[in-house]
Design a protein around this ligand. Structure first.
Ligand code: ARG
Length: 461
């Protein structure tokens, strides 16, 4: 079994079915360059521990560098017989450094601490890439919010008209959860920046190697404090998968709204041609496929997370081969978001909003009823009563087939002496919006402050 990392105690080689089942090069090969970086760091601590002399270290690093270049150029690829990335790269090293020197590198390390470390390196890099894509999406939302500072729209609960809100307020309501996801990745990175290298198979190394030196060399903040934990835990992977799934869910929620806004019935937006698709039979169709794919991929991202958690559940300490199943879900989560985010941010950045249509609908559906109730409260009426009176006004208007502003002064007076003609002051979208000026409210002044705070937090992200 040429290139295998084990075999001494076996009289027979692996069955073809086992080899096929065991093999992971088709998905772990993308960790090859991280593996080589780990090997270089490991060679240096072998040298510091007196296990490689000066010349051996120089030759080892040169061979690893050559291997890295060959991997990068595609001149070196995994062979059919290679079980995993680690075994394949050892074969590649032996070819470049010779059996004598190449055979020394594996001392004091195991694939168990290697793979746990490489996974973290990969995820740390991809968390940064994904966060950059999320920030672009936030920027697109901010750009649209700033382009429509005074546009009103129907704010909804239960998908029913509830109260008028600013379009910018609504758009930024999608930006905040995305920002929290960026912040989550930043916080996650503190836990991911701990290197399992040096944990060995599970119990640590007897060879006097310095895990902190390897950790620093590979860009980690520190080395693990428990070698069993270092090789067995995958909570850092699961947490990555959760943040990825949460991003998927948040993009899906924006997308669902975009799909609705683009319907003929809503007619709130027009999608840019570059971010919509046609139909093979219906010539008129212009479909929101980007948003639909985003909604669909959220399901996939949730699957990546739950699949990984299901793999981890019930695993005894320390390493178990089940853990080989940790990689595909997180790789898929990273690939999915890296594919999705540019499309979603581009779709958002190029949306055309039909602000007149949105403004026209903003106060409809009795969306100013709360304003009437709160106006009554300002006249000294207890809210319980005010709520009833405003509700009666809604009933009256509905019976007339109109909205609140269609009631006459007499009709208002019939409901209550408190409903004087002055109530008309709050029966406009503008009045309703402007009145909600406390922090977090939808008044233009409050949204301007909100935007400043969002940008401040974004700068720190
Ligand atoms: N390919 C393995 C994985 O992805 C590497 C570790 C294998 N260790 C072992 N003792 N078989 O988890």
């Amino acid at each position: 079994n040429e290139g295998a990392l084990w075999g001494g105690r076996f009289a027979a080689g692996p069955a073809d079915a086992l080899a096929a089942l065991s093999k992971s090069t088709h998905f772990d090969w993308r960790l090859a360059r991280y593996d080589i970086a780990g090997s270089k760091a490991h060679a240096k601590v072998l040298h510091s521990a007196g296990l490689l002399d000066e010349q051996e270290l120089t030759d080892m690093l040169a061979a690893l560098e050559q291997l890295d270049q060959d991997v990068q150029s595609g001149a070196y690829v995994a062979a059919e017989s290679d079980e995993d990335v680690h075994g394949s790269l050892e074969r590649g090293l032996l070819e470049r450094a010779g059996e004598q020197l190449g055979g020394k590198l594996r001392a004091g390390r195991s694939r168990n601490d290697q793979i746990a470390t490489l996974g973290r390196m990969f995820l740390r890099d991809h968390a940064r890439l994904i966060a950059a894509g999320v920030i672009e999406t936030i920027d697109a939302l901010i750009m649209q919010a700033e382009a429509h500072p005074n546009a009103a729209m129907p704010g909804r609960t239960h998908l029913q008209h509830a109260q008028p809100v600013l379009l910018s307020h609504h758009l930024l309501a999608h930006a905040w959860p995305l920002l929290r996801n960026v912040q989550r990745f930043m916080d996650w990175d503190k836990r991911a920046a701990v290197s399992p290298y040096g944990s060995g198979a599970l119990a640590g190394s007897s060879l006097g190697l310095n895990p902190e030196a390897v950790a620093a060399d590979l860009g980690f903040d520190s080395a693990c404090h428990n070698s069993i934990d270092g090789t067995a835990a995958r909570d850092v992977f699961a947490e990555f998968a959760w943040v990825a799934a949460q991003i998927g869910v948040d993009l899906s929620r924006i997308s669902e709204e975009i799909i609705f806004w683009a319907t003929k019935e809503a007619s709130f937006i027009t999608l840019h041609d570059a971010y919509s698709t046609g139909s093979s039979i219906m010539p008129q169709k212009k479909n929101p496929d980007v948003a639909e794919l985003a909604r669909g991929k959220a399901g996939r991202l949730i699957g990546d997370l739950t699949g990984l958690l299901a793999t981890l559940k019930g695993l005894p300490l320390a390493y178990n081969r089940d853990l080989q199943e940790d990689k595909e879900p997180v790789f898929d989560a990273a690939d999915t978001l890296e594919l999705l985010l540019p499309a979603v941010s581009g779709m958002i950045a190029t949306l055309t909003f039909h602000t007149e249509r949105m403004a026209e609908l903003a106060p409809q559906g009795f969306a100013l009823a709360t304003d009437v109730a709160e106006w009554l409260v300002r006249q000294g009426v207890p809210f319980r009563v005010a709520h009833e009176l405003s509700g009666e006004a809604v009933q009256k208007a509905e019976a007339k087939g109109g909205d609140l502003w269609d009631l006459t002064d007499e009709e208002f007076a019939e409901i209550s002496e408190h409903l004087t003609p002055q109530v008309r002051g709050v029966l406009t979208t503008e009045g309703s919006l402007n009145s909600r000026s406390a922090q977090g409210g939808t008044a233009p002044s409050a949204v301007a402050q909100q935007l400043q705070e969002l940008k401040k937090q974004l700068e720190q992200a």
